[in-house]
Design a protein around this ligand. Structure first.
Ligand code: ZN
Length: 343
């Protein structure tokens, strides 16, 4: 370690479980962070400051004013500049720690892009906002033997799970059947506190640091959950799940990665609209309509609901699971809008 770095990291190196050997492993570590929003902001800031050698920043979106209470990498100037989040994030992180190699990618993680976006790293950290993205990460991780850290925050609640493929419970062990399209609240409909994102992002980053440093004792098989508003913190032992014959981590079944489940995106010819068809069960329109009514005026009938969720963007969701995003031809933006408001 050169003298400058020795001084820079002197306090964390003095922490015995890390030490100089652990710090050297962090310097050599390569991490992909999927999503540079609320969780990704905290994770990347913590990892860059801890001295991780390489960070790949993957995001499909641009910063918006409503992001600023929790997406701590960005400020008002970033919203005005309209740069993609991954690029704006890299500029900020470069100021935080110029020694970390940063690779910002303006990209949408899908089954088709997963190989290009997630290969060549030691681990993947979840900063995403959709279950589809998380299941793709999970299957990529299990198929390649690459650890990943799952995290999520909504309202004042959060959860984190570290997955060591083949050794611990994976996301499908925990959630055998992905939630039906539109069945769960999202940050747009249920709200989210910046403090919850700070806690979850910090726990995810800590798990990543332990993984890179090689301290795996007690990692995995523990679901961390917290409710900051209720003042509750606990870990749930998932050990029994890990031996129950999960089709993905034990059986090598990868339906999301192989395109047998998930969304199909199609631009509608001659219209500013993109259709996103979700495989599987239909949508409970009444429940989704009640949630969307928190943020937009919703009209509903037996077959569909319709809401102008953002200026100029009309979202229609059909009972069979299709969504139509009118007001854009950009498939990536349409996927982001559906993830944001439907889930
Ligand atoms: Zn599993």
């Amino acid at each position: 370690m050169d003298p400058f770095d020795a001084e820079r990291y002197s306090r964390q190196v003095r922490f015995p479980p890390l030490g100089p050997e652990g710090q050297a492993k962090l310097s050599a570590g390569r991490v992909a962070v999927v999503g540079c929003g609320a969780l990704g902001s905290v994770v990347t800031l913590a990892l860059a400051r801890a001295g991780i050698g390489y960070l790949r920043l993957i995001d499909r979106d641009v910063p918006e004013i409503s992001n600023l209470p929790r997406q701590v990498l960005f400020d008002d100037a970033d919203v005005r500049a309209g740069l993609p989040k991954s690029v704006a994030a890299a500029r900020q992180l470069e100021r935080v720690h110029s020694g970390t190699v940063l690779e910002p990618l303006v990209a949408d993680l899908t089954a088709a892009t997963s190989d290009r976006l997630l290969s060549g790293v030691d681990l993947v950290v979840d900063g995403s906002d959709s279950f589809e993205t998380r299941f793709i990460i999970n299957e990529f991780s299990c198929s390649r033997g690459i650890p990943w850290v799952h995290g999520g925050a909504i309202g004042a609640e959060g959860r984190v799970l570290t997955i060591l493929p083949g050794r611990t419970a994976c996301l499908r062990c925990l959630i055998p059947d992905p939630p039906a399209f539109g069945a769960l609240p999202t940050c747009e409909t249920a709200g989210v506190l910046g403090t919850a994102a700070l806690v979850v992002g910090a726990v995810e980053a800590n798990e990543a640091i332990r993984l890179l440093a090689g301290d795996r004792v007690g990692l995995g098989n523990r679901l961390f959950v917290c409710d900051l508003w209720a003042g509750q913190w606990r870990t749930i032992d998932l050990g029994p799940l890990a031996v129950e014959g999960c089709p993905t981590c034990r059986g090598g079944d990868f339906p999301w990665l192989e395109g047998r489940t998930g969304c199909q995106v199609a631009r509608i010819c001659g219209r500013d609209a993109v259709q996103i068809a979700s495989a599987g069960a239909g949508v409970d329109l009444d429940r989704l309509g009640r949630r969307l009514a928190e943020v937009a005026t919703v009209t509903t009938n037996a077959w569909m609901l319709r809401a102008e969720v953002e200026p100029g963007i009309v979202l229609s969701v059909f009972a069979d699971g299709r969504s139509l995003v009118a007001g854009t031809r950009d498939e990536t933006r349409a996927r982001a809008i559906v993830a944001r408001y439907v889930g």
